[in-house]
Each structure stands twice: as C-alpha cells, then as structure tokens.
Ligand binder design. Structure first.
Ligand SMILES: Cc1ncc(COP(=O)(O)OP(=O)(O)O)c(N)n1
Ligand SMILES: Cc1nc(C(=O)O)sc1CCOP(=O)(O)O
Ligand SMILES: [Mg+2]
Length: 516
C-alpha cells in the first residue's frame, strides 16, 4: 500500500460526529488525527455540543436535512474511502444514517465504516439518549465497531464475560469486526481485543476470522480527553491508507501510546489528547499476544556463516546475507550451488509425498557438500528428519508446526511476515530471520492486499531488532538497489533467478548491487 501523504493524493475520511467546543474530542480530535496521519477529513457535524472538562451542558443535534445536503455535495468531488461515525445524537439521525450508509455502500463498493459508539463524555455526562437496541440497527452496516468494555457490555446486555465473548456477541449483532478497548479498565497494562470476522483479506483467517490481543503498559495521565475519538479516527486513517485491519490497529495503538506518553505524569489538568502524527518509535508499538502452544523460551539459532557449527555468531563481521534464491527443483539447486551463495531455499509445492521426501533428502546432502545454508519451505518434519540447515514457515504454518521440536532439533527458522502486526508477532518467537513481503506485485503468488512498497518496508525496519530481515516479492535486478538501500540483510527472489536467460550473469549483477 502507498502512504499517500502528499497533497492531492490523500485518502478521504468522512467524520460524522459531534463538535466538542472544548476542543479535545469529536470532530476536533478527528481533524487533528487526520491531519497528523495524512488523510483529508470531511466533517459532517451531528451536534454542536456545549461542554467543558467538567460537564456536558447541551447537545444541540443538527437537523438531518443539513447532513443529507452535506452528503450530496461531498459525493460530487470528495467520495470517502472510510466513514468514521462518532456521536449520533438522536433516533432521527440514526435512521437517516442507516438508510444513507446502505446506499453509500452500494455506490462505493470499497467503502469501510468505523463506528465508535459514543454514549458518555469521559468527564461525565450523557451525550446520546440512544438505546443499545437503536444502535444495533446500524451494526450490520458497520465494518469495525470500537466500544470500550463498558460500552460493549451496555450494547450486548452482557456482563461478567470476557472481552473475547463480548466481541463475539457484538459481531453476532452484525458488525464485521469488533475492537474492545481496554483503556478504562484498571491495571498496569492496557489491552485491546480484536475479533475480525473478515473486514480485510487475511489469508490465515478461518471461517470465524482472526482474533488477537494487543497489549501495552498503561500510561499514567488524565490528559487524554478525546483519546477514544482519536483512536477511532486513527484507525479510520490507517484503513483509508490501505492497511489491513490488524496492521491499522497495531499502528493505532502505537499512535495512542505516543500521544499518551507525551503527557505522562500530567494529572493536574484535564487536557486534550496529544495527536502527534505517525508513530515514530518502536517503544510505542504494542506486544501482539500469540499462543501456538509451543511454549518457546529461547531463540532459534542465529544464521551462522557455514554449516556445521551449530551456534556461530549472527552475521559475523556484520556481513549481510545478500542474495537468497528460492527455487523448486534439484536441477536449480545443482546450478546454483557452485556459485557459492550463502543461502538458498527449497520451496516445493504440489509434489507426491515419496518424491518430496527424496527431494528434501537429496537437497540437504547437496547443500551440505557445498557448505550452503539450505532452508526447506513448509515441510518442517522432513527438514528435521534430514537435518536441513533451516525451515521457512509462513504465518499459517506457525499455528500447526511444532516450533519447539524444530528448535530442539537445532534447525534455524525463517518466518514470513506481511505488515507490522505479523512482524511484531513473529519477532517474539526470535527466529533466525524475518522475511517481509511482498515488496512489489509478484507473478509467483497471489499477494492481493499485502503489497508493502518501499515506504512500508522502511517503516517496518524501524521495528527490527538484531534479527536479520529478508525482503521478498517482485524483486528483480532493476529494483534490487532500491530495496537493498533500505538496509535489509537479504533479497529473496524466485522469478528473477528462474526466468533469467543467463543465471551466472544475473547472480553476478545481484552481487554487484549488494556490495555497492
Ligand atoms: C524468504 C521467504 N519469505 C517469504 C516466503 C513465503 O513463505 P510462505 O508464507 O510460507 O509462503 P509459500 O512460500 O509457502 O507460498 C518464502 N517462501 N521465503
Ligand atoms: C513466495 C513468496 N512469498 C512472498 C511473501 O511476501 O511472503 S512473495 C513471494 C513470491 C516471490 O516471488 P518473485 O521473486 O518471483 O516475486
Ligand atoms: Mg510456506
């Protein structure tokens, strides 16, 4: 996805919410957040509220005729990528909104709707008299609902159940995804729980979607008026930029943590949340809670320079790994091994089990004879059986493979990631390398919705630790220098090797780029 921050290229978010005259919440929060995150915010104001840090005096709903005129005129030249809904002040507005969203969704097929069900001001005071029954009429049109724990309980009428069960109850009411925010729950950490039943393309999502928890330490500050609105508007902005929900939420949490951290320790004045723009440091990013039952404590072995020493130093002398061909046959291996590459992957798809086993056995023997590090894609049991140098696993495989067994057998592990959510998740397993893809569109595999681009790759590299990073997807000789200059440790390629007319020359050119 491209981060279109330049004027004229900004994604458009419509904010349908109330004005807060004290400046912290509602439309004010949405505009400040949108400005910081490179989206254009169009404002459809539902109410002109009278409030300060202590109380809400009046709501003053806006007539739906005015809202309808605004929809009509904006559709002419600023159609939305995302609609963010905040305060819906009365049932007229709610009914109008349900009708209007239904029409807009038909007219604009990619449109996403994010709804932050604002009922109460954080200073105290009721902002909307709508009942949960009223609100539930809107939910089938909502892609992501962002209630806090209390709002989710009110909406579903369910108490004393976990965030996971609450999120399920909310999605049963019609919302495609639900994020239960943990900001108001006491404790040292702040956990947000997400159930995504299919808002975005997510290859590992099962029938019931994916669920996860993002956790961060709690920031001690009451300087957070408008934090809830800013959360939903940041999420809207990231989704408008084209991020998958899981990445948009991870970035949103980092955005919120960054704002709260700027006011850490300030508790004597009830001020507005600080919208500081794009998250600028790894310290603001949450931990992605993940459990595949492997119970791993340690790290996988680093990428030693040559077999067979099992625990050699990571990238000795700071040497980057360079070219990483990903091939599917012994014939390719035979041609590549004499060229003295540091690392090769055998990626075999759709081959009969006996033939597959023989191929893995032979490949391991051949690579060992050339002291080349051979990773086996997918087939981790065979990799262990024949003592390959390493295993490469995709995100889906992480839930099925026995990582503890791979680690105990002394094999290295490489993991594919596609965005900050997967990157942070995989980083916790301390693999031998992390792959990021797809950098560009690729002919080799359907990577719809997961193209990172150089900008996103560079941002992900700011989250990297000392684990080497491999870039993959659409990399060829013309693009190699740009990708290499981001600072990745390796370029993994399929077609740039397998479709070249002159293999030796292609390898030589790649090497030249990577030493330059
Ligand atoms: C270096 C590298 N990065 C990513 C991949 C993709 O692996 P995976 O997600 O397991 O998908 P398939 O390759 O199995 O289609 C890779 N193979 N190598
Ligand atoms: C196998 C694979 N995995 C990717 C990922 O992003 O995880 S992209 C990809 C295809 C790489 O092939 P080529 O170099 O021909 O574009
Ligand atoms: Mg795989």
């Amino acid at each position: 996805m491209a981060l279109a921050n330049k004027p004229g290229q900004k994604p458009v978010v419509w904010s349908i919410s109330g004005s807060d005259c004290s400046g912290g919440a509602g439309i004010a929060a949405d505009i400040k957040t949108g400005h910081g995150l490179g989206v254009e915010v169009c404002c459809l104001i539902t109410a002109n509220t009278v409030q300060n840090s202590q109380q809400v005096l009046n709501i003053n709903p806006v007539n739906i005729d005015i809202l309808q005129q605004q929809v009509d005129i904006l559709l002419e030249d600023k159609p939305p990528g995302v609609i963010k809904i905040g305060l819906v002040a009365n049932s007229y507005q709610l009914n109008w909104l349900a009708l209007t969203l239904g029409k807009l969704k038909q007219q604009l097929p990619g449109l996403k709707v994010i709804y932050d069900p604002v009922g109460q001001a954080s200073a105290g005071g009721v902002l909307s008299s709508l009942t949960s029954r009223d609100i539930s009429a809107l939910l089938p049109l909502v892609d992501v609902l962002t209630p806090n724990l209390q709002e989710a309980q009110t909406l579903t009428g369910l108490n004393q159940i976990s965030a996971a069960e609450l999120a399920q109850a909310v999605t049963r009411l019609g919302a495609k995804a639900c994020i239960i925010k943990g900001g108001h729950k006491p404790g040292n950490s702040c956990d947000d729980y997400c159930l995504d039943s299919g808002v975005n393309y997510a290859p590992q999502a099962g029938e019931n979607g994916i669920s996860y928890r993002l956790t961060s330490p709690r920031y001690d500050t009451s300087y957070s008026h408008g934090g809830g609105c800013s959360f939903a508007s940041a999420l809207s902005a990231f989704i408008a930029h084209g991020y998958l929900l899981r990445d948009a939420l991870t970035l949103t949490k980092a955005f919120i943590n960054q704002g709260l951290s700027a006011c850490q320790g300030i508790n004597d004045y009830y001020g507005a949340f600080e919208q500081l723009g794009w998250p600028a440091g790894p310290e603001y990013f949450p931990k992605v809670m993940f459990d595949n039952g492997a119970g791993l404590n340690g790290a996988f072995a680093p990428l030693g320079i040559r077999r067979p020493a099992p625990r050699e130093a990571l990238k000795p002398g700071g040497k980057r790994l360079g070219l990483y061909p990903v091939i599917d046959s012994l014939a390719w291996l035979e041609r590549l091994l004499p060229l003295g590459l540091e690392i090769i992957q055998l990626r075999i798809k759709n081959t009969e089990p006996d033939q597959l086993e023989q191929m893995v056995a032979d490949a391991v023997k051949m690579a060992r004879a050339h002291n080349t590090r051979l990773f086996i894609n997918d087939h981790w049991q065979l990799a262990i059986k024949y003592q390959a140098y390493g295993v490469h696993l995709g995100q889906e495989d992480l839930h099925e493979a026995d990582l503890a067994q791979i680690q105990a057998a002394g094999l290295r592990l490489g993991i594919s990631t596609h965005g900050c959510y997967e990157f942070l998740l995989a980083q916790q397993l301390k693999p031998s390398y992390l792959a990021i893809g797809a950098i560009y569109d690729t002919q080799t595999k359907d990577m719809t919705g997961q193209i990172q681009g150089l900008e996103n790759l560079s941002q992900l590299l700011t989250l990297a630790t000392d684990i080497p990073v491999v870039a993959i997807g659409g990399i060829n000789l013309e693009r190699a220098a740009d990708v290499w200059q981001t600072g990745v440790d390796s370029l993994a390629v399929v077609t740039a090797i397998t479709r070249t007319a002159d293999l030796e020359q292609a390898v030589r050119h790649f090497r030249h780029i990577m030493t330059g």
